[in-house]
Every structure is written in C-alpha cells, then in structure tokens.
Design a protein around this ligand. Sequence first.
Ligand SMILES: Nc1nc2c(c(=O)[nH]1)N[C@H]1C(S)=C(S)[C@@H](COP(=O)(O)O)O[C@H]1N2
Ligand SMILES: [Mo]
Length: 369
Amino acid sequence: MTGPKTKALAPQTFGHLTKNEKAIESDSWDTVLREKHPDMLDGLVQDPRSFTLDDLMDESKFPRVEKTVTMQCSGTRRIEQITKYAGQGDEVPQAPWAEGAIGTAHYVGVSLRKVVKACGGLVDGAKHLELYGADTYFKDDEAMNYLVSVPWSKVKANEVLLAWEMNGEILPRIHGYPLRIVVMGYIGARSVKWLYRIKAIREPSRAPMTDGIQIQEMPVSSAIMSPWTKQVLIHNGKIRCKGWAYSGGGRWPERVELSTDGGFNWYTIPLEKLSRKRKWTWRSWEFDLPCDVEGWIEIVCRSWDNSRNTQPPDVRTAWNWGLHLTSSCHRISVYSVNKDAAGDESAARGTWDEYEKFWSQPDPRDAKD
Ligand SMILES: Nc1nc2c(c(=O)[nH]1)N[C@H]1C(S)=C(S)[C@@H](COP(=O)(O)O)O[C@H]1N2
Ligand SMILES: [Mo]
C-alpha cells in the first residue's frame, strides 16, 4: 500500500493544525481533486459539487468533529490461520498480519453526512456511497483505484468522517494524507485513504473484503500482546500480561478473561485493569496472571462485549477462504519458570539421595512378585 504520486507533499513533522492547514493549502490536494475529477461528490446527489480542504475546514459550513476510533483490519491475526493450516487461504502472501493489525487514534474532520447535505442530499434510490482512493492496483490487466462503499444508513448516523488530522498532527502520508475516510466500528478496509472522489450509488460497490457476505462491523476479539508465544518466562508466580480487546459496531468489551490452562479455568481481569470503555475504541488491559506450574503452558485470552457476544474457542471455527476475521480466543504457548516455586519444585525433581530415600521408604521401585 503506497500513497498517490503527488508533487510537493508537505513534510510530516508539523505539530500544529494552523501550520498544517497552510501546508495542505499550498500543495497538491487541489491538483489531485480538480485534474482527476471535477466533482468530489457526484452520482445520485441533487447537486454534485467539488470541495477543497479549505471548504471542509470552514467551521461556518461544517461543524468540526473529533473522535477517538479504533481501526482494525479484517486480516488481524490471520497469521494463526496460516501457520496452522498452510496453503488453505488465497490471501496468504499478501497480508500475514498478526495481533498488531489494529490501532487507535484521535481524528479530526467532518461528518460525511453534512457534506452530502451540502450537495442537496441524495436523490431517490441512492443507498450507498462509493469512496475512491487515489492509489491504484492492477486487476485483470486494468489499473483500478482503491474503491469500496459504505451504506447511507451508516453515513446518516454520523458514523463516517472525512478526516485530515490524526493524533494532533497532519494526517501522515501512510495513513491517507491529505484526506481519509474513517468509518467507526467497521472493518478497516472501508476507511479509504487518499480520498479524492465520493459517488452516491444504488447498490453496494463490488469491492474487496466481501467474502460472499460484505464484512462491515467487526466481531468481538482480543489479543495478548505481551508475552509473545514461545517465550521463556521467569516469574514469581504471576505472569504480567498485556493486550487489547475490541468489538465493532459501537459495542465495547465488558469483560476480559485469561487462562493459563488452555481455557478450562479463567481469571477475570479486574475492571480497573482495563482502559475506560468507549463506543468506538478498544480497551487495553494489563494483568498479573497467577501461574504456579512450570513448563509449557497455554495462555488464552477471551473477551465479552456489551451484547454478551464472545469469541469462538479455536482458530478453525471461523475459517474462510480470505482468512478474514480471526476472532477466536487468542492462544499463546509460553515456557513458565516459577522462581517462587523453585524450593518445592527442586525438591520434586530431587537429588539422588532423595531419590534413593523415596524408593526405600514406602515401597521398592519394582514389584517383587
Ligand atoms: N486508498 C486506500 N485506502 C485504504 C487501503 C488501501 O489499500 N488504499 N487499505 C484499507 C485497509 S485494508 C485497511 S485495514 C486500512 C488501514 O489503515 P491504516 O493504514 O491507516 O492503518 O486502510 C484502508 N484504506
Ligand atoms: Mo485491511
């Protein structure tokens, strides 16, 4: 995924929006918009119009919206499908994402609904908005733009933003500079970067991440970010675990649980160890997980959202050809070395003297008759 080739892009080191506005004003945003497509919002709207970033930033026309939003790729944790069932998925070489294909940021922009309204609203029959990214790829020997659609109902609910600022800075190029879509609670693929055109249409766009059914709201899921699988952990009877839990569609994790025995017994992470609940974001968590045993153990993470949805137990349960939505309980294998148990454990392992003594006491080692 690379950005559009535009000239004179501003450096990414600006700290303040006033500076950023100037930087954006003077560069290629208008060029991209005007040369490629005269109308930024066209199709089935009453009054097709073009907007500059200045227009969108004008608070007398469009109220500014700020939102903290989690964006999750539908391929998050796909690596678990790949490593367990090699060759059984068609996107394997493209995006072998692990637990990190998710992130939370604070965006500034305007609601797309208001921009549609500024075009006189939709005409009869329009039900979806098609979003064009300026980047291209080849499909059947043809150069295509990145193109997906979102339903009007989602836009109408003010849950789709046009954003130009991320975490207090100008939107970085890699994240869609100068303007991107942010769809709250949906699969990341709908949040189109390097946006240059929006078109109102009747039917949903035939676009990536359909898989027969269009993936929109993300299911409840979670992951352990620390420790890592296969790590050897030397601890004092408690393993410090950290991770995230998220649910799409405006739902949020209510409970996060951890297990050290593959998912038979669960510890509920106390609420004060979860970050605050918000409608459109993940909750990060941290917990000292009690663990007495030594050797290879399986730590499992499971979360429940406010609709009491939970995660399927195993990777295979949600298998599909695109290897999307790996939302099963996250399982990692770690080697536990419990320093606190060291006294007892070494006794159990024993010295040769203890060994002789043990077998001489209740019974000899072998049966005599
Ligand atoms: N124009 C364009 N927008 C795009 C994409 C892309 O390839 N091109 N990838 C999408 C996908 S699949 C995801 S998961 C998110 C990732 O957003 P990020 O790069 O800001 O994390 O962007 C989405 N928007
Ligand atoms: Mo994605």
